[in-house]
Design a protein around this ligand. Structure first.
Ligand SMILES: *Cc1c(COP(=O)(O)O)cnc(C)c1O
Length: 380
């Protein structure tokens, strides 16, 4: 059902597309919304054409389980990376603050954390994980008891299909009064993000939500007084009476006013389509595809699935056998008409020892596509 509806909404899907976690395929409506908005900007003037995005923003807020969802806690920026940089870069944690993170942290966030820690005298505290790189909750509890001021967690990583225990981590952080930042770039459109109670969520458009490129977002259910954008800007800030920049109420402080507005309009439509399809049904469908893919691909040509085979996610990562590599296999897959991803070590330098092949089936992926990939992996 979901797969059919998803496919029917797209007159064009690249053949053998297995890279939803990299860049998914927008629907015709999303495509038309982007192009239509560009046309409107030209015809009416860009400022006049500005779309009303309160509805999709409010819906995004409901996805994280905000009790009285409003658009005011959601900011659209140009990417997940930009959202994280705006959030952490503007967070006025005092010198000596301790920031917990896990080894599965996304490469660019890790770079940002290292830079901020050096510049602002924060201490980075690596939280323990198990052999699947799943956060060790008892270890998080101990670290919180020993003193943390902020925790960052990647819900589902780009390089590993493990779903981290975000709700449990969120409950522990809340009980300790420590804000949690959840990187949900791979979660929105893919899995349930509600009930975590994080201080902030980072997301992106083009992955499982199948929006256009060039948009990311930040959901901040409750702004704390020490949270502001890294760079104040007109649109998100005003001049206070004493001549200093003062953030406007709400997440608009992170958004500013200039950006790829047509892409934001496209994301708005993608979010509405996800809502219409039914998030729970979408999740169930893609998770089933992920499981099918793991059981089919595990062992093919000696390739090893890195996460547990029944992990409830649609990110499937594979380690190469001796004599083969993720890059070479990706090229072979491309020759066979398949589009798969590679996660390089830089994506998560603390957690990856070698590049892995990443298979992330979008809704509607045919079993035959996965069988073709299994044959490609089996025959180097
Ligand atoms: C893609 C991704 C990001 C960064 O999002 P961009 O929109 O590419 O900047 C951050 N974290 C994770 C886990 C991701 O998969």
């Amino acid at each position: 059902m979901i797969g059919k509806a998803w496919r029917a909404a797209r007159s064009v899907v690249p053949p053998g597309h297995l890279d939803a976690a990299g860049c998914n395929v927008p629907s015709d409506r999303v495509f038309d919304a982007v192009v239509g908005h560009l046309r409107l900007e030209r015809e009416r003037g860009g400022y006049v054409a500005a779309p009303d995005l309160t509805e999709p923003k409010a819906f995004l807020a409901t996805l994280v389980g905000q009790e009285s969802p409003s658009s005011g806690g959601v900011a659209f920026v140009e990417s997940g990376t930009a959202a994280m940089a705006a959030l952490l870069g503007g967070w006025r944690l005092p010198p000596g603050s301790r920031v917990g993170f896990a080894r599965t942290e996304y490469g660019s966030t890790l770079m940002l954390l290292r830079r901020l820690a050096a510049d602002r005298s924060w201490t980075l505290v690596e939280l323990p994980v198990d052999t699947d790189s799943r956060l060790d909750l008892a270890g998080l509890g101990s670290a919180l008891a020993a003193g943390l001021d902020l925790v960052t967690l990647v819900h589902i990583a780009s390089h590993r299909g493990v779903v981290q225990p975000a709700r449990e981590a969120g409950a522990l952080c809340r009980a300790a009064g420590v804000p949690l930042v959840l990187d949900a770039c791979q979660s929105f459109g893919h899995t349930d993000v509600s009930g975590v109670g994080a201080a902030a969520y980072v997301g992106t458009s083009r992955k499982w939500l199948a929006g256009p490129r060039g948009v990311g977002f930040l959901i901040v259910p409750g702004l704390a007084t020490d949270m502001d954008a890294a760079a104040p800007a007109l649109g998100g800030h005003a001049w206070a009476a004493d001549g200093s920049p003062e953030p406007l109420p709400g997440a608009i402080r992170y958004e500013g006013s200039e950006g790829a507005i047509a892409s934001r309009a496209g994301l708005g439509v993608a979010v509405r389509e996800y809502q219409e399809l039914g998030p729970l049904d979408v999740h169930e469908h893609v998770v089933e595809l992920g499981r099918t893919a793991r059981h089919l691909l595990h062992g093919a040509g000696g390739w090893q699935v890195a996460e547990p085979l029944d992990e409830p996610s649609a990110i499937v990562t594979l380690r190469p056998p001796a004599g083969d590599s993720a890059e070479v296999a990706r090229a072979r897959a491309a020759e066979a008409g398949l589009l798969v991803g590679v996660a390089p070590v830089a994506r998560a330098p603390l957690d990856l020892r070698e590049p892995v092949l990443r298979v992330s089936p979008a809704p509607g992926t045919e079993a035959e596509t996965l069988h073709t990939l299994a044959r490609v992996l089996s025959a180097p």
